[in-house]
Ligand binder design. Structure first.
Ligand SMILES: [Fe+2]
Length: 392
């Protein structure tokens, strides 16, 4: 019986990257489940890391892409079930891998794609679960990166206002637009852009009232210095409804990034579309980025920033990383989806949906770093394969 964990970098505390090897005698077991644990057993606030198929009692799994070990974990546990019994293997994490269990200064959430008033699957119950779980952390603020509504209609914006006021009565909530706020995807029905503008007036007044001053709102783009970070919110649609930022907005973004470049902290840049090749099933969603992707990426590369996106409804509980931690370069975060998730395509090209799960990113702010922790809202647990550290 063996559970082995060979780390890629033995000396880097907290970094989970490495090869996990299972070699068990229980030939009856077909499935092995990996969990983070402490002396009391499996960490109850985490989902399982991964389920592996056993072949003659053996399996290997490579943890990669800069994932982190939870601060509270001291062991890796492997559970294998047979008809009559459960076999548990343990691997004690070496002292060099353990990190101090610190308390964050504060927490905020990155949500996306709430599709207000949409009625796919469990849209409403999942959105309620996401909002309720995020609110239970008493976050300083919430960021929602687009697809505010399902089809950009005035009654849908009214519903979103109701949800926000019900779940986050005293919490600032910052929105950006998504493709569903500009396009209805319904024949002969246009998005109500007046209702979209009115919604942005509402969110500006609401956030200002709650002490989160929004400045310079033009055509659904704006910025704020609420909290420690400069946050820059972009409108996902360039003129003529092309899903790009457009030159005017890129120029504005450049000016805004320059404004806070010298303050020693990264600025958050929030928009709906991912930057090509960075996060969220990138190999599959090859058409799902800005039409002016290269110009946007070139601009980001010249600044100290963290780029947050949504759109792909990406399943954060995946081997394809949802956070890309930049080394002397921007970091990228995909915020999952607060209503239902998607796991790429099957062999016929059809979408594989996971309607029962909804997810987002919990951001914990520490003195010298951020922990980005994927949160499963339906199970109210953290997602081990979505735990990343961004150092300042
Ligand atoms: Fe969406």
């Amino acid at each position: 019986m063996l559970l082995q964990y060979s780390f890629d970098d033995e000396a880097k505390a907290g970094l989970a990257d490495g090869r996990i090897t299972i070699d068990a005698d229980c030939r009856e077991s077909k499935i092995a489940k990996l969990y983070w644990a402490d002396s009391a057993g499996v960490l109850s606030d985490y989902m399982k890391i991964k389920e592996l198929e056993l072949n003659d009692g053996k399996a290997t799994y490579q943890m990669k892409s800069g994932r982190n070990i939870p601060q509270t974990a001291t062991k890796l546990i492997c559970k294998m079930e047979e008809d009559t019994c459960e076999t548990i293997l343990e691997f004690k994490l070496p002292a060099a891998k353990l990190v101090k269990n610190e308390k964050p200064n504060y927490t905020f959430f990155l949500l996306t794609d709430i599709h207000g008033a949409g009625d796919y699957w469990q849209n409403k119950s999942n959105r309620d679960a996401a909002f309720a779980d995020a609110a239970s952390f008493s976050p300083t603020h919430i960021i929602i990166s687009g697809d505010i509504t399902n089809a950009g209609q005035a009654p849908q914006y009214e519903k979103v206002k109701e949800y926000v006021d019900a779940y986050f009565p005293q919490i600032p909530v910052f929105f950006t637009t998504g493709n569903h706020d500009h396009n209805t995807y319904v024949k002969d029905l246009s998005a109500d852009l007046k209702a979209l503008d009115d919604f942005f007036i509402w969110q500006t007044e609401r956030n200002n009232r709650l002490g989160a001053k929004i400045s310079d709102v033009t055509n659904c783009r704006y910025d704020t210095y609420f909290g420690d970070f400069h946050s820059i919110f972009l409108n996902a649609s360039a003129p003529e409804n092309k899903f790009g930022l457009g030159e005017d907005q890129r120029n504005w973004m450049e000016q805004k990034l320059c404004e806070s470049d010298g303050n020693g902290l990264p600025a958050f840049v929030i928009s709906h579309f991912p930057v090509k090749g960075k996060t969220g099933l990138v190999s599959l969603y090859d058409q799902q980025y800005f039409s002016d992707n290269d110009a946007v990426e070139e601009l980001l590369n010249r600044h100290n920033c963290i780029y947050v996106s949504g759109h792909t409804h990406y399943n954060l509980d995946s081997d394809d990383p949802s956070v890309c931690v930049g080394k002397n370069a921007p970091s990228y975060i995909n915020a999952g989806c607060a209503v239902w998730t998607q796991n790429g395509y099957d062999e016929t090209g059809k979408d594989i949906y996971i309607p029962e799960r909804c997810m987002g990113q919990c951001v914990e702010v520490y003195d010298k770093y951020l922990l980005i922790r994927g949160r499963d809202f339906t199970n109210r647990k953290f997602i081990p394969r979505c735990e990343f550290k961004i150092e300042f």
